[in-house]
Ligand binder design. Structure first.
Ligand SMILES: C[S@@+](CC[C@H](N)C(=O)[O-])C[C@H]1O[C@@H](n2cnc3c(N)ncnc32)[C@H](O)[C@@H]1O
Ligand code: SF4
Length: 419
């Protein structure tokens, strides 16, 4: 009997299909019959394959079969990769593809002219919050594809950016989705910790995928703070807001405490929808106090709900002007004594730093090559001058050389249209 396991992965039995789950997020499906057939063709022997305790079990003692099956599975991995949480196909971006990691807001790096650099290793989310600004998660109606960036390649670009931005950087792990889906999240924190220009490593997360082991690993790797998205302390309301029947609020609250106990600071970051959860503000503050959140940075980061063009904008959510929102926060500070609730960049040690120079001007027409499909219908991603450009409303194909008019350049994120 052969029992096969590949590094960082395990197998699951799905009837006629065997699923490889690799580093929590990546999955690939194989028909049992296709593995059996491949063995039969190669070794002229009939075998049965099955799954037991995460191992792929083959009823033979021939070790060459084991090596062959391991090779077979890995050989077909790339073209079958899907995201375990969204079910979407994954495009794995590595150095050999020559894809720049600046210019596009769904992955890579974003420099908004401060000492904070956003680091986005993957797309996709395990939840489907009803107000999500990027319409993410398994119930997304607009996102068609996920990306995962190879960690060495991501760090190569980070290093290039960091050399220009100087020392004392905050690396902020966030995503159009959930950063904990990134298959190399612990290794990424470690690599950033080892970078001489990085002072602080923070993450924006919904916390669901944390467990005691992962919290320990992240603490050991050097994560400093998690901005934790908790939108209600009522389990049923939280399920409704997170858009998932199985959202386990209690688990997330326990993990918030586990993070603090492991030495990772926590900032509780509820999105406030007036008429829905504004009445919980004091309970959030009490919870933050109870677990000891906010040791080095503010304990709470209330966020005002904003409707987004490509987000989910539920009818129950009525936007409130920021003036009113800040007035509400000011009164809350007064009433509870919890300060600061009105957050300023200096509370996080953030300060302006020169931008990495823009590669394009607004209105400029550039020749670009289409290199990747976009995440939503009608969007493609092109490259020029070692930057990515999100090309909207286009029917261009990969490999096309096109002329693009740059229509947006904000914070080094480039959006263009084909002309
Ligand atoms: C898009 S999420 C990505 C990170 C992670 N999935 C999370 O939820 O923490 C980033 C932050 O934006 C918040 N957010 C999402 N949609 C929003 C909206 N429409 N208005 C204001 N904040 C929003 C989330 O709650 C989260 O704190
Ligand atoms: S807000 Fe965050 S957790 Fe919620 S669906 Fe969007 S990306 Fe996921």
């Amino acid at each position: 009997m052969i029992k096969l396991k590949l590094p960082h992965s395990y197998f699951e039995d799905h009837g006629d299909t065997i699923r490889l789950v690799w580093r929590r997020t990546l999955i690939a499906d194989y028909e049992k019959k296709e593995i059996e057939r491949a063995i039969k063709r190669k070794f002229r022997m009939a075998v049965d394959v099955s799954v037991q305790d995460g191992f792929l079990v083959i009823n033979t003692d021939n070790e060459e079969v084991e090596r062959f099956v391991a090779f077979f599975i890995q050989n077909y991995l790339g073209e079958r990769l899907r995201n375990r949480y969204t079910g979407r196909k994954i495009l794995y971006i590595h150095e050999g593809m020559g894809i720049p990691l600046l210019g596009y807001n769904a992955f890579g790096l974003i420099d908004r002219g401060t000492n904070l650099i956003q680091v986005r290793g993957s797309t996709g989310c395990n939840l489907s919050c009803i107000f999500c600004s990027v319409d993410e998660g398994p119930y997304s109606r607009t996102r068609k594809l996920d990306f995962v960036i190879d960690i060495d390649y991501l760090m190569k670009w980070f290093d290039w950016v960091a050399q220009q931005k100087g020392k004392g950087l905050e690396a902020h792990l966030d995503a159009q989705g959930e950063p904990l889906l990134y298959p190399y999240i612990v290794e990424l924190v470690q690599a950033l910790r080892d970078h001489p220009h990085v002072s602080v490593i923070s993450m924006q997360s919904n916390g669901v995928l944390l467990d005691d082991k992962l919290v320990e690993e992240l603490a050991e790797a050097g994560l400093d703070r998690v901005n934790l998205s908790i939108h209600s302390l009522d389990p049923e309301k939280a399920k409704m807001l997170m858009g998932m029947k199985n959202y386990d609020l209690n688990h997330v609250l326990e993990m918030a405490e586990a993070l603090v106990n492991a030495g990772i600071d926590v900032l509780i970051a509820p999105v406030i929808i007036f008429g829905v959860n504004d009445n919980e503000a004091e309970a959030f503050i009490e919870f933050a106090r109870k677990i000891g959140a906010g040791r080095r940075w503010p304990a709470l980061g209330f966020q005002n709900y904003i409707p987004y063009k490509f987000g989910r904008n539920p009818v129950i959510a009525k936007p409130v002007p920021f003036k009113e929102f800040y007035e509400w926060l000011r009164k809350l500070e007064e009433k509870t004594g919890m300060k600061p609730l009105i957050l300023k960049p200096h509370h996080f040690g953030m300060h302006p730093r020169p931008f990495i120079p823009l590669a394009f001007k607004r209105g400029e027409v550039v020749r670009a090559e289409v290199v990747l499909p976009g995440r939503i219908e009608g969007e493609m991603i092109a490259k020029a001058r070692n930057r990515l450009i999100q090309v909207i409303n286009t029917d261009a194909k990969i490999g096309d050389k096109i002329k693009v008019k740059i229509v947006r350049t904000r914070h080094g994120i480039y959006v263009g249209t084909k002309i």
